[in-house]
Design a protein. Structure first.
Length: 107
């Protein structure tokens, strides 16, 4: 098994959060779920994480702004974007915003 990671999973969709959390926990990782961008920013201020996995499309403070705030405070914290969004410039935009990688979640 790979190294156990402390993962912050951010998604406003409870079903998606439960599903991905169950996969990550089954793989041996510790997972904290945040259901909003604000909660994600606050969680990274309170605790230590090895990686953040974040949806982009959330009401209020969206994933783009949340990632920007998190990276401003914790520039070395890896952020992986998980999104149903499509677009030819999405990958370059995500990398510019500080994402380590991105994955497309089919809707």
């Amino acid at each position: 098994m790979a190294e156990k990671l402390r993962v912050l999973f951010v998604d406003d969709d409870p079903a998606a959060a439960r599903l991905y959390r169950s996969y990550l926990v089954a793989d041996g990782h510790e997972v904290i779920v945040a259901d909003s961008g604000i909660e994600a920013v606050e969680a990274t201020e309170r605790g230590q994480f090895d990686v953040v996995v974040m949806d982009l499309n959330m009401p209020g403070l969206d994933g783009w702004m949340s990632m920007s705030l998190i990276k401003a405070r914790r520039p070395k914290l890896p952020v992986v974007v998980l999104t149903g969004e499509v677009g030819k410039d999405l990958e370059s935009r995500a990398k510019t915003a500080g994402a380590l990688d991105r994955t497309h979640a089919a809707s």
